[in-house]
Write a new protein. Structure first.
Length: 507
């Protein structure tokens, strides 16, 4: 590919002192977000039992964070380019910790949804800033590949630490404690980051266009909301109106960016085939994975009867595989090719999801553990290399906006995946046949069925649980099949779209 980097003029420009210590602070921010995302799935059965959300509210609790963060990432990435990436990272981390307390002490489903939405606002400041600062800290392409690999490996490690730490807390404390573990991480990040992180910004950023900010937010949320509601309730007129509003706002956003002298997002970035292919691959990969990830903790706990801590340990192979693959992904991509690593990784994930269509209530751990390990390795290779491609495709002055596009694809894919695949699971689940006298709430969620069974006569309760669990597993199997199709199709597209793509091996 054609690099947009300018040759370094000094050794210091290539080998910035203290860059690895600064990286350690950046990965704490990644850890903060990854842990928060994973503990929510583990705590979902407890939140469902305590707050008694409807099925739709439960999906909103799961995906409103992604809705908001997806709508604001580009705006916050661009804001960081303007006011300083260090500044926005530290402010965002402080807010993230404070709002985590609100999540922990939410007393109603509505308050929990609001708290998750506010957390999305804070979270939108973190991920683009971390990648943009990596782009400005590491000018040497090989060092940058390793730094991105460590960044991705930390996110994967967070997916392991979250369930294990969360499982321990859920067995000893109330569910809100899983959100409070953000506070010590945030405190270390802010205190150390003030001293070690260099400030960086675009020297000629132009004004921050608030109209574009609003259009981006309305457009993304409108479209994703319409997809979610259409999948759940069909194409009713409010759903169509929301989708039309979102599509119109996005079209207006794109047109405005093409006419502004200093746009919020430079649409010319998408002319780079490698950049566009990497963004598309990230979006579709997360879409295919996220619904499975969201419901897997419920399967392990509510179907197979594992304790929270045991369920967290059961998900560990995915994180281990992703960490190992992320650390060597850049080297492997240079040894072979970008498209071989990305397409191969995605195909491996697709095949693992296909294997999960065979699960039932009594599926043994060897199949689950192997599938999760393959998912982790494939995703680790793919996400690390696509992040490297995205960062190396743009000038460092636009690193924040480019990183935000990458993260928007990730979060948008997560929101759509939970909406579409989650709706499949929920739709199949709701159709199960229940014994007479079953409370209506049992059809809203598997957690509701478990709670309802506890208050019924023994035989009727056991019949309800068996029927509900079978329906949940059937839904999960269908969602896995859809995810497998999405991943295998994305692998094929990546093979063609990333042809001739190379990671730079020189400055």
């Amino acid at each position: 590919m054609t690099s947009t980097l300018q040759p370094a003029t000094t050794t210091e420009a290539v080998k910035r002192p203290g860059r690895w210590l600064a990286l350690s602070v950046l990965v704490l921010a990644v850890l903060l977000v990854a842990v928060d995302a994973t503990v929510l799935g583990l705590a979902t059965p407890y939140i469902s039992e305590d707050l008694k959300p409807s099925g739709t509210q439960l999906l909103w609790i799961g995906d409103v964070y992604s809705f908001v963060i997806a709508g604001l990432l580009v705006s916050m990435g661009s804001l960081g380019d303007r006011i300083g990436r260090k500044r926005i990272l530290l402010v965002g981390a402080t807010a993230f910790g404070a709002i985590s307390v609100l999540n922990a002490y939410a007393t109603t489903p509505e308050l929990m949804i609001l708290a998750r939405a506010l957390l999305g606002v804070a979270g939108a400041t973190l991920m683009p800033a971390t990648l943009a600062l990596i782009r400005n800290l590491f000018h040497d392409p090989r060092e940058r590949s390793l730094a991105v690999g460590i960044w991705g490996a930390t996110a994967s490690a967070g997916t392991a630490i979250g369930p294990i730490a969360g499982g321990f807390l859920l067995e000893h404390f109330w569910w809100g404690s899983v959100f409070l573990i953000n506070l010590p991480v945030m405190a270390v990040l802010v205190l150390v980051g003030i001293r070690t992180l260099p400030e960086s910004r675009n020297p000629n950023p132009g004004p921050w266009d608030l109209t574009s900010v609003v259009l981006s937010l309305v457009g993304v949320i409108g479209v994703v909301y319409a997809v979610k509601e259409a999948a759940t309730h069909g194409f009713e007129w409010p759903v169509l109106a929301a989708g039309a509003l979102g599509a119109t706002a996005l079209a207006w956003f794109v047109r405005r960016q093409l006419t502004l002298p200093t746009p919020l997002l430079d649409m010319r970035l998408f002319r780079n085939r490698g950049f566009s292919a990497a963004v598309l691959a990230d979006l579709l990969t997360i879409l295919g994975l996220s619904g499975l990830v969201f419901f897997l903790s419920q399967y392990l706990q509510l179907v197979q009867g594992r304790r929270p801590f045991e369920a967290g340990l059961a998900e560990l192979p995915a994180a281990v595989g992703a960490v190992a693959a992320g650390l060597v992904a850049g080297r492997v991509a240079r040894r072979f090719s970008v498209r071989a690593v990305v397409a191969g990784g995605l195909a491996a994930v697709g095949l693992a999801l296909a294997a999960l269509t065979l699960i039932d209530r009594s599926t043994g751990y060897p199949l689950l553990g192997t599938a999760l390990l393959v998912v982790g390795v494939g995703a680790g290779f793919s996400f690390t290399v696509t992040a490297d491609v995205i960062l190396s495709s743009v000038p460092k002055e636009q690193a924040g906006a480019a990183s935000a596009v990458s993260e928007t694809a990730y979060e948008l894919g997560a929101a759509l995946g939970i909406a579409i695949l989650g709706t499949i699971v929920t739709g199949v689940y709701r159709g199960f046949t229940a014994p007479a006298g079953t409370p209506a709430g049992a059809h809203e969620s598997l957690g509701g069925a478990v709670e309802a069974a506890a208050g019924m006569p023994t035989d009727a309760g056991q019949e309800l649980l068996a029927s509900a669990r079978d329906a949940f597993v059937n839904g999960l199997s269908i969602a896995s099949a859809v995810g497998a199709i999405v991943l295998l199709t994305t692998a094929l597209a990546a093979w063609f779209m990333l042809r001739d793509q190379r990671l730079d091996s020189r400055q």
